[in-house]
Design a protein around this ligand. Structure first.
Ligand SMILES: [Zn+2]
Length: 74
């Protein structure tokens, strides 16, 4: 197999998107992350729970405190 001389400049670039951790180009080995570090970091976040869904309860009664302004138009 000595035909690998053809198109040697052609690099196999696979678009894997961006690393969700640092927005760098992802690597096939660690996709969707750019490196093992980022992959581990993300995994760690999941394990620690800091990656959980933010418990933001939109149950604020003050939110719907519409002051019923009466029609004070003469
Ligand atoms: Zn990364």
């Amino acid at each position: 197999m000595t035909e690998s001389d053809k198109g040697g400049a052609e690099t196999k670039v696979v678009m894997l998107g961006r690393c969700p951790n640092c927005s760098q180009r992802a690597v096939l080995a660690y996709r969707p992350f750019c490196s093992k570090r980022c992959a581990d970091l993300d995994l760690g976040r999941w394990l620690t729970g800091s990656y959980a869904i933010p418990a933001v309860e939109t149950d604020d009664p003050d939110e719907e405190d519409h002051p019923a302004t009466p029609p004070d138009k003469f």
